[in-house]
Ligand binder design. Structure first.
Ligand SMILES: [Zn+2]
Length: 102
């Protein structure tokens, strides 16, 4: 994966909102083709390879399903099984582990 091809938005308003909702100190979230950050600097985020692999997987999901379709599918999954068992999160966590194995 080429980091310089990944679009990153620091101090994102969307990520800040997610931070408030999730009650966490730092958030990275993918919206379409960009990773939105709040509470974490771009450099620190990019140093965390597992985290990057996780968000990169969400970038692929947006690409695969299309922007609104993915948001919709993600929402439905979340309502049905919650965050942790959401199949898109399961896939993203798997991407972290694949990276660890290398
Ligand atoms: Zn995720």
């Amino acid at each position: 994966m080429k980091f310089n091809e990944i679009k990153i938005v620091e101090n994102s308003w969307f990520a800040r909102l997610a931070r408030l909702v999730l009650r966490t100190d730092n958030v990275a979230m993918v919206l379409g083709k960009a990773i939105h950050l709040s509470g974490v600097k771009k450099e620190a985020f990019l140093r965390n390879q597992a985290w990057v692999a996780h968000e990169h997987c969400h970038l692929q999901q947006f690409k695969k399903y299309g922007f609104f379709r993915f948001l919709w599918l993600y929402l439905i999954e979340s309502m049905k099984v919650g965050y942790y068992h959401n199949k898109f999160e399961v896939e993203a966590r798997l991407a972290e582990k694949t990276l660890d194995a290398k």
